[in-house]
Design a protein around this ligand. Structure first.
Ligand code: AMP
Ligand code: ZN
Ligand code: FE
Ligand code: FE
Length: 280
């Protein structure tokens, strides 16, 4: 059982890196991908928790913005976590999430939704990559909404008037950076249409030319029809097909291991990376 996309308290998940590894071990996973948003800060703790048959694929989910302003997520796995250019790219994105959050708060305040940066900070674990889920948690704590999920269906959706983008590399730059650091790049949930506008089938070729290795096909935010089209695109462009849970602990409905990557597809990905999985 291979689940290569999951989050911890290092970004917007609710399990610590150690707790996530323990959960994967209890569930009998063979490979777990640690992919916090724009951060590798959980790598050490997760690596130290590894035992038994579980292998850990260290990575990150890199927030990207296309030149037309579309939000895209790129999962990078098995790259060198000390690569300076990579660390700088991730840090720049994390830094710009702060002014972006302030802008979103100002827009909410203007409509009488009184939430402050301190409220959001109180909802965020120390050191975690700041994101909309923490704003959602603050709004829940203040009684404006009932859950994170509810926030993402309305107030904080990508199509909402309160949504503000943050600075991020283009998908091509993120892919090139992941590959230059010895990793493999898988585009995350590219057709998750209920989050807002998505990529189009024609958008994949330039990504392949930049070095894209795989497409996340089996993901709860993609319908069966969307997955079918993605599978065809992957076949045509000779890309690895992955499936994953995008587990966030109690922060999202996604259950660890609810979608999986086939062993032969994972083997292809692993063979393309310079980095190695962590194992006992
Ligand atoms: P941000 O990176 O700040 O733009 O926030 C995006 C994050 O919100 C992504 O990590 C998603 O996993 C998370 N997210 C999207 N939809 C939901 C949802 N329905 N419930 C909880 N978290 C969500
Ligand atoms: Zn997330
Ligand atoms: Fe994502
Ligand atoms: Fe994710």
């Amino acid at each position: 059982m291979i689940d290569i996309h999951a989050h911890t308290t290092v970004s917007d998940g609710t399990d610590s890196p150690r707790a996530l590894v323990n959960k994967a071990i209890i569930q009998g996973l063979d490979v777990l991908g640690l992919t916090d948003h724009d951060s590798v800060a959980g790598w050490e703790e997760a690596s130290s928790a590894i035992r038994g048959k579980l292998k850990l694929a260290l990575g990150a989910e890199i927030s990207c913005l296309t030149l037309t302003g579309l939000s895209v997520h790129m999962v990078g796995l098995l790259f060198d976590g000390s690569d300076v250019a990579m660390l700088e790219m991730l840090e720049q994105t994390r830094d710009d999430r702060i002014p972006r959050m302030i802008k979103m708060i100002e827009l909410l305040n203007a409509d009488g939704i009184s939430v402050t940066m301190d409220d959001v900070k109180a909802a965020k674990p120390p050191g975690a990559t700041l994101g909309r889920p923490h704003l959602a948690d603050a709004l829940v704590a203040l009684g404006f909404i009932k859950s994170r999920d509810y926030a993402f269906k309305g107030l904080l959706n990508n199509d909402s008037k309160y949504y503000v983008a943050h600075m991020a590399p283009t998908p091509e730059i993120a892919i090139a950076q992941i590959r230059a650091a010895g990793g493999v790049a898988v585009i995350a949930h590219p057709f998750a249409s209920h989050r807002g506008e998505t990529l189009h089938p024609d958008d994949f070729l330039p990504l392949v030319e930049a070095g894209l290795n795989g497409i996340e096909v089996d993901h709860r935010d993609q319908s069966m029809e969307e997955r079918k089209i993605l599978r065809e695109i992957a076949k045509e462009l000779n890309l690895v097909v992955t499936g994953s849970s995008d587990y966030h602990g109690t922060g999202k409905l996604n259950r660890l291991g609810e979608n999986l990557t086939a062993p032969e597809e994972w083997a292809k990905l692993e063979s393309l990376a310079k980095g190695k999985v962590v194992q006992l």
